[in-house]
Design a binder for this molecule. Structure first.
Ligand SMILES: [Zn+2]
Length: 91
């Protein structure tokens, strides 16, 4: 397991694929992105999925750079269950 400078870990273990995504409810996905989690109370709707909802703190933060765009894209890929994309992130 490697700690990343901007927070978070990479687990590089054969056999771990998908990082247990199937066990995470879509509604809870943003809780696993720590910088997004901090912003959740600022979303207008408590069940906001941070896609196209009005007054969403997450999409706003992506625009201002407070949340990295690639992190948000990861979020979207995972949200939509797009395996290929969230495993191949360009840093
Ligand atoms: Zn939101």
């Amino acid at each position: 397991m490697f700690e990343l400078a901007f927070g978070g870990f990479i687990i590089d273990t054969p056999g771990i694929k998908g990082l247990g995504i199937v066990d995470i409810e879509k509604e809870e996905l943003s809780h696993y992105f720590l910088e997004m989690r901090a912003l959740l109370p600022e979303c207008k709707f408590h069940n906001c999925q941070h896609l196209k909802e009005p007054s969403c703190a997450i999409t706003k933060a992506v625009k201002t750079g407070r949340v990295e765009e690639f992190r948000y894209k990861n979020y979207l890929s995972m949200y939509h269950g797009d395996d290929e994309n969230y495993r191949t992130v360009d840093y």
